[in-house]
Design a protein around this ligand. Structure first.
Ligand SMILES: Nc1ncnc2c1ncn2[C@@H]1O[C@H](COP(=O)(O)OP(=O)(O)OP(=O)(O)O)[C@@H](O)[C@H]1O
Length: 455
């Protein structure tokens, strides 16, 4: 059953099988609204509601008409072969949908401070009995494992064909050796494939409070704030990203969720559990991820290295860069451009000397095509956005594999400037001329060579 629309003809399905429909609707939809079909009509046609609002409304209506008692919301793929709407192949599109310019100065209406949503304030654990929470949590865990095994099965199966099954993964399009969109002049268009993710029941997540009584914020950026939380009964640690002005950018959030879902089982991004709706306002929802590496970003690590608060020996430094390169290769091989690769969008686990990493923040990531940044006229914008490739910063060219490689080169230089070989690789990646930068395969070969030398 149902789909929601998005302005750029991208269709999405959301799977929310882990929750009781009635409870869910009671949480996210005002009771008077979900009983009155007429009201839905009004909302749909006149106010152009957000994606999830439309979806929920349709689910509620259909269930009401069919008199279904099931607690399962089953969502059929929006892009079945019988669907009248055809998805534009990700690699051949000419669509000119313009993405929100990332280089525009932040609008003053965006809150510069951390937003604490009212429903966090209201959160009381008494609403769920220990037995119920145990049940919810078990349910959550099992759904998660089903979903992830389904994803991995589908991903390997779909490498042979362009799937129109329950998951439309892109592997039929991006094959090894196929022309990736290097240096192609394209305006941004989102063609992220339709990957299901879960709508979680807010009751299974407990937000962590500081001793001061404030909610624990892991970090706050342009698009949102990330809170520390945990699963109610197991205590599994989570990072929950709450977007500023979430109602204005639902497609951005859904896109980030789908990209995260697409990159699951690669081991290079945190586990992604789904979205958590804000009770009472379905247009606002949050991304729920695994809490990784104690929230230590590469930015913080580099700061500590420069202050000699932590020392990485040569082998560890090269290993860290090696991991960054290989992880980006994996991301690219799944058809995704990061477009916003910088030191505070990488988490590093410093709990042991392995220095495992995860890329985070796919808010600007695109699938199969580049995006165009708008030129910034802010003073010092060249310094502020120095992690972006020069051709991208100028606003003339879309992002590309080479642009991500430039940003990666900046990271390699920041981490490895004390080691000649790494400094050299960093410099080659940050060549002002995109075509002169190494390809991903060349970069991987260089890093493999280096790691072999020290082993
Ligand atoms: N999975 C995670 N585990 C631990 N900490 C995390 C996780 N995700 C995010 N964080 C923390 O939250 C911060 C902000 O996250 P994120 O970069 O996703 O937000 P943002 O608002 O998109 O930031 P930006 O300004 O870079 O766009 C990170 O720098 C990191 O400290």
């Amino acid at each position: 059953m149902k789909l929601f629309t998005i302005s750029h003809s991208n269709f999405i399905k959301v799977n929310s099988r882990n929750i009781d429909l009635k409870n869910f609707l009671a949480y996210i939809w005002k009771p008077e609204a979900y009983y009155k079909n007429q009201l839905f009509k009004e909302v749909w046609t006149k106010k152009r509601p957000g994606l999830l609002r439309q979806y929920i409304a349709e689910v509620a209506l259909t269930q009401a008409h069919q008199g279904q008692k099931t607690s399962v919301i089953e969502v059929t793929p929006a892009m079945t072969t019988t669907s009248p709407v055809q998805m534009t192949p990700a690699m051949t599109t000419t669509s000119l949908v313009q993405m929100t310019p990332a280089m525009t100065p932040v609008s003053p209406s965006l809150s510069p401070s951390i937003l604490v949503p009212h429903w966090l304030e209201d959160q009381t654990l008494q609403t769920v009995s220990p037995a119920a929470s145990e049940h919810l949590n078990r349910n959550f865990q099992s759904i998660w494992s089903i979903e992830s095994s389904r994803l991995s099965t589908e991903s390997s199966a779909s490498s042979e064909s362009t799937s129109s099954g329950s998951l439309s993964l892109p592997f039929g399009v991006v094959r090894p050796g196929s022309p990736y969109p290097d240096y192609q002049i394209r305006k941004c268009s989102i063609h992220t494939p339709h990957i299901s993710f879960l709508i979680l029941d807010p009751r299974i997540v407990t937000f962590t409070k500081e001793p001061s009584g404030m909610f624990k914020v892991l970090g706050s950026g342009v698009s949102g704030s990330v809170y520390h939380a945990s699963l109610l009964s197991s205590g599994y640690q989570l990072a929950v990203k709450l977007y500023h002005q979430a109602e204005l950018v639902p497609h951005t959030i859904v896109n980030e969720g789908m990209i995260m879902a697409l990159l699951q089982n690669t081991g290079v991004v945190p586990k992604f559990f789904g979205v958590l709706p804000e009770p009472g306002d379905i247009q606002k929802f949050t991304l729920v991820q695994e809490f990784f590496g104690d929230g230590m970003t590469l930015y913080k690590l580099i700061g500590m290295m420069n202050k000699h608060q932590i020392t990485l020996n040569e082998k560890e430094t090269i290993t860290l860069c090696y991991r960054l390169v290989h992880a980006l290769k994996v991301i690219h091989s799944r058809g995704v451009l990061v477009n916003d690769l910088k030191n505070d969008n990488v988490l590093v686990d410093v709990s042991n000397r392995e220095f495992n990493i995860r890329y985070i923040d796919f808010g600007l990531a695109t699938f199969g095509v580049g995006m165009t940044y708008e030129k910034s006229y802010e003073p010092n914008s060249d310094i502020k956005y120095s992690f972006l490739a020069p051709e991208v910063r100028q606003g003339d060219n879309p992002t590309s594999v080479a642009a991500d490689i430039y940003s990666l080169g900046i990271l390699i230089g920041e981490i490895g400037w004390r080691i000649d070989e790494l400094e050299d690789i960093g410099e080659r990646c940050t060549d002002q001329v995109a075509l002169a930068r190494p390809s991903m395969d060349e970069l991987v070969m260089m890093m493999d060579g280096l790691i072999n030398l020290i082993n």
